[in-house]
Design a binder for this molecule. Structure first.
Ligand code: 5GP
Ligand code: MN
Length: 336
């Protein structure tokens, strides 16, 4: 974190402000965790804060402190637009391209608000006046902790800590991704000292699934294909399969990781049909140095991190698979 970032941020927060906090579309544990933690923290100084999510958050985050007050832009456009226009400060958390908040991006380009980005994805776009961007850090929640530490660590309480723990847990793959550092564990240690119940948080996130998710998982696993010569696995879920199992946002979270659990597999991809948006949403996960951020950016209009990224294809499922295999064959030397 640059010294000027925190000096300017502190100055900005010296008197009471109207603040909007934005996570990316389809917010995950890290996006919601960092937004909620930041709101709880800023409220302690009397700021007027609202979190506006582009769309709904997944059910498995329902238990998070303060989440019921999160506004959804998709179902409350007029009020959200007013709040955005009236904001002195807009925090953009866990994304670095305005594409990831869709139409909200156009709104914030027009505002006079100061935009503060806190994010850990690669290649940040240039839309913020204050920027804390660091792709080496495992989660935006870890970065939010760093900000809180520099402003007033005495205000860290167990609610804020629960939110931060959630994002750190989910974005490090329960502390297994290479981006997990000794600093990550040090921060977690401090979060635990506030008295959070980490077992309960883990259970809320990972042992709280509906039966329909398990049915969907069994379909996903039976659709799993191994491309032996590319050390790659891909999994498909069609709209028909999703509908049959009452698919809700978040139900397929983590499915892509099953591919990577197979010995020798370096790349796993899940392709999920989204008939409403007429796209195939894709998630990419890799082990080692195969860079899925580059793959998603170069071929699937997406991005993310070296070992975890996402993107989308406008083609049909079959044509997307054909294109994917073509692209992977072109990059086969990196998958050996
Ligand atoms: P997931 O596969 O879990 O949706 O996302 C994995 C990572 O890639 C996350 O860090 C997420 O923010 C990023 N990501 C997912 N979808 C997209 C996308 O369409 N565009 C970009 N730029 N990043 C994405
Ligand atoms: Mn994140």
């Amino acid at each position: 974190m640059r010294k000027s970032f925190i000096t300017n941020l502190k100055k900005l927060l010296e008197n009471k402000k109207n603040i909007t906090i934005l996570p990316h579309k389809n917010p995950d544990g890290d996006a919601m965790g960092s937004c909620l933690a930041l709101k709880l923290f800023l409220k302690k100084f009397g700021h007027n804060c609202n979190i506006i999510s582009p769309n709904d958050y997944p059910d498995f985050l329902d238990w998070m402190p303060g989440i019921s007050k999160v506004l959804k832009f998709s179902s409350n456009k007029i009020f959200c637009e007013k709040l955005i226009k009236e904001s002195d400060i807009i925090f953009t958390l866990d994304f670095n391209s305005l594409k990831r908040v869709e139409i909200i991006g156009d709104l914030i380009k027009k505002t006079k608000s100061i935009i503060v980005m806190i994010d850990h994805h690669e290649n940040p776009d240039d839309f913020s006046q204050l920027t804390y961007s660091d792709p080496k850090i495992a989660s935006t929640c870890e970065m939010t902790y760093n900000v809180i530490e520099k402003i007033k660590i005495q205000e860290l309480d167990s609610e804020i800590a629960s939110c931060l723990y959630t994002g750190i847990l989910t974005d490090t793959g329960s502390f297994k991704y290479p981006s997990t550092s000794s600093r990550t564990h040090l921060i977690v240690s401090r979060l635990l000292e506030t008295g959070i119940n980490h077992t309960e948080i883990h259970q809320n996130i990972y042992d709280n699934f509906k039966k329909s998710r398990i049915s969907l998982l069994s379909i996903a696993l039976s659709n799993l294909k191994i491309l032996d010569h590319l050390n790659t696995v891909y999994i498909t879920l069609t709209n028909k399969e999703l509908k049959k199992n009452n698919f809700k946002k978040g139900d397929t979270e983590g499915f892509v990781n099953y591919g990577l659990s197979i010995k020798g597999i370096k790349l796993s991809i899940i392709l999920i049909e989204n008939s409403k948006e007429k796209i195939i949403k894709m998630s990419f996960r890799s082990k080692g140095d195969f860079n899925v951020n580059v793959l998603a950016k170069d071929y699937f209009n997406g991005g993310g991190h070296t070992n975890a990224s996402g993107g989308a294809s406008p083609r049909s499922m079959n044509d997307t698979i054909k294109y994917l295999i073509y692209v992977l064959n072109k990059n086969s030397n990196k998958l050996k």
